[in-house]
Design a protein around this ligand. Structure first.
Ligand code: ZN
Length: 199
């Protein structure tokens, strides 16, 4: 029992956890135990904070994987569900999310029922909404013929987040992940897959 006048516990930043001052890092390390402290940069200041339990470190994970695909030009759609599912399986994440991102500003990612009708319909409706024939500021500045490609890709968005449950993508039976080329020429595309969650 510590007397009222004795050493007071040290309050550690971040965890609200009080440890007695005699419980030093060195002592614990000398006993072959991991230190309960770690040095971290907190808003520009170096501080001693309570180390998260080792079990957290093992369970909380982020996995990143890239894959590439070759497109033939505007309107070329690829079903990339298999590649994304493979990254999720390899990560061993059981519950969380996966983010799928096209690197580059003239292609899009989303979900669709991947069948020939919709593979025609989606590029066709984009060309009606944002036709190649219209005059665009991008074209006047760069003369590269793909002002509509940038706008179509931005409208659909470059990324998609899909939930993961029981180690698998949560998708409907008729819901696949697509990559859509919006640029006027074939491109070599890189897709970044980031899997986050608990193992
Ligand atoms: Zn351009």
């Amino acid at each position: 029992m510590r007397s009222a006048a004795g050493p007071q516990p040290t309050r550690l930043v971040g965890a609200g956890l009080a440890l007695p001052p005699f419980c030093t890092t060195d002592k614990l390390q000398g006993q072959g135990k991991p230190s309960p402290y770690e040095t971290r940069n907190v808003f520009g200041k170096t501080k001693q904070v309570a180390r998260p339990p080792a079990s957290w470190e093992r369970r909380k994970m982020v996995h990143q994987k890239q894959f590439s695909l070759r497109t033939t030009g505007q309107g070329d759609m690829h079903d990339i569900t298999h590649e994304v599912a493979a990254a999720v399986t390899a990560s061993n994440i059981q519950a969380g999310t996966v983010n799928v991102f096209n690197i580059g500003s003239t292609a899009a990612i989303g979900t669709i029922e991947f069948e020939p009708g919709l593979q025609q319909d989606l590029p066709a409706i984009l060309n009606k909404l944002i036709p190649p024939s219209r005059s665009y500021g991008h074209e006047q500045a760069w003369h590269d013929g793909n002002g509509h490609s940038h706008l179509q890709a931005t409208l659909l968005g470059p990324s998609l987040t899909v939930p993961i449950a029981e180690g698998k993508l949560v998708l409907g039976t008729w819901q696949q992940i697509f990559h859509l080329e919006c640029d006027v020429r074939g491109r070599q595309r890189t897709v970044m897959v980031t899997v986050m969650g608990d193992k």
